[in-house]
Design a binder for this molecule. Structure first.
Ligand SMILES: Cc1ncc(COP(=O)(O)O)c(C=O)c1O
Length: 464
């Protein structure tokens, strides 16, 4: 392992006072934290003055990068006019109305109404509650289970974490709760059988889903939730034809598809929505992150008219629609959502992403040739390199060696922030990145990978 420098005063105060999410907190006293002070464009600077290209847009969210003056102005204007109001009890505010209208306009499928939350987890939690509420309204009280997938990431609240299909979100947390089913992960590289084509693999995924549905009983299953491409599970890109095959099975059994577009929404994959890139036909959609380019927290659930009418009918019986978050529809967040969408449109961010995609592809392919990398996968401006001990057999490293985290640390020391998802290194730069900056990001990625290779060889980690 590499030496850690002594902690600064801010780092010590940090460790003494914060619980850090998704961090090996037992090691923090020796590793310390990186305390960020400011950001501009695709760069962030820590409080010790070091600059980094933020190659992950923070957590897949700061699509417009940092310090965008138009966003800052929009925030100031809204703070002056109305810093907070809620939309409970038939109150409202103009930014919430305007953003809901915008989302209806740009949604990939017919959407009639928008329910705002403060995060992606809350959006997915709400999706489940709304599916239950709808089926109660429709006189189908047993149709309640939700299908998710192994390696999915849908957030961390109790239901969202249950939908998530990653062991670390379940082990030690008493999760998943009941009524959640996990079907296969559509990752051909990892789960394809020797000699199986992508088409055969896809057919097997659909067959396995059908068997799950028939085993559980279609009348007990309300919905399936899926990220168009899986993000935190390792940037897993489904094979061609996957959603067509999956949705045919769902349609046969009257099970609705919920698209979790929390990462893929607003241009990331080279279309406004991942659903468009992957021919997904969701009934309802969850959105968050790039909706405000992360300048303020916001999530949304988008539903079509027939689904909304079921809520209306049920509320007519029950008296009120008893669901809502204090900050759902927050005027600051919604004003920033409106401004972000306006910027995406007027600066043609989707067009910019498309123009950069060939460069991204070429650099990812080169990363894929590195001796440490088993598979380099990418779509639009998001990708990942899966590190392996043996390229031919695809053998993984022993997770205890921490090859992924150590590699991302080395890349960071070269001035680029990427994210280790186990031994997979993800890259998801701000969508405003220039071609020169993108190349610089990949140059730093490659230097870090080279150093990781030397470290792996010195430690003989391929054989341990
Ligand atoms: C696809 C997806 N869904 C949901 C979430 C949860 O969002 P949040 O962290 O805002 O609760 C995430 C977060 O990374 C995500 O990637």
């Amino acid at each position: 392992m590499l030496e850690n420098p002594p902690l600064t005063n801010l780092q010590t105060r940090d460790i003494e006072s914060l619980v850090h999410p998704y961090t090996p907190i037992h090691q923090l006293k020796s590793t310390g934290t990186v305390v960020m002070g400011r950001g501009k464009g695709v760069y962030v600077y820590d409080t010790q003055g070091r600059g980094y290209i933020e190659g992950m847009s923070g957590l897949w969210c700061a699509g417009l990068g940092f310090g965008d003056e138009e966003m800052i102005e929009a925030a100031i204007e809204q703070m002056r006019a109305l810093p907070y109001y809620h939309i409970f009890g038939a109150k409202s505010s103009e930014p919430a109305i305007e953003l809901a209208e915008k989302l209806k306009e740009i949604a990939p499928v017919p959407i009639s109404k928008v329910f705002f939350t403060s995060s992606g987890s809350e959006a997915n939690d709400t999706q489940v509650k709304l599916a239950w509420y709808m089926n109660n309204a429709m006189g189908r009280p047993n149709k309640k289970k939700i299908i998710s997938r192994i390696k999915a990431y849908h957030g961390v609240t109790i239901m969202a974490a249950s939908l998530t299909g990653l062991p670390s979100n379940h082990n030690g947390w008493d999760l998943p709760v009941d009524r959640v089913l996990h079907t296969d992960c559509p990752h051909h590289y990892r789960f394809g059988i020797e000699g199986e084509s992508e088409a055969e693999f896809t057919a097997r995924m659909a067959k396995s889903l059908r068997e799950l549905i028939e085993r559980e009983g279609p009348d007990t299953i309300a919905a399936m939730i899926a990220e168009p491409l899986m993000g935190a599970g390792g940037v897993i890109i489904p094979p061609k034809g996957y959603y067509e095959a999956i949705q045919a099975v769902l349609d046969e059994h009257d099970i609705m598809m919920i698209a979790d577009e929390v990462i893929t929404g607003f241009g990331r994959t080279g279309n406004w929505w991942g659903s468009q890139t992957f021919n997904m036909r969701p009934k309802t959609i969850s959105a968050a992150k790039q909706m405000t380019s992360a300048y303020a927290p916001l999530g949304a659930v988008m539903v079509p008219e027939d689904v909304y009418q079921a809520y209306v009918d049920h509320s007519a019986t029950l008296g009120t629609f008893a669901h809502g978050f204090t900050y759902g529809g927050h005027p600051l967040s919604c004003a920033l959502g409106v401004k972000a969408i306006e910027i995406y449109q007027k600066r043609d961010i989707v067009g910019h992403v498309r123009r950069l995609m060939p460069v991204f592809e070429q650099r990812m392919k080169k990363i894929g040739e590195h001796p440490l990398v088993g598979e380099a996968r990418y779509c639009g401006l998001v990708g990942a390199a899966e590190l392996v001990a043996d390229k031919t057999s695809k053998r993984s490293f022993d997770p205890r060696n921490g090859v992924g985290p150590q590699t991302s640390k080395l890349i960071e020391e070269n001035g680029a922030i990427l994210r280790a998802l186990g031994d997979t290194i993800a890259v998801c730069p701000p969508m405003i990145i220039s071609e020169a900056e993108l190349n610089e990001l990949f140059d730093r990625f490659e230097v870090g990978l080279g150093q990781a290779e030397a470290w792996v060889s010195t430690g003989a980690l391929r054989t341990v």
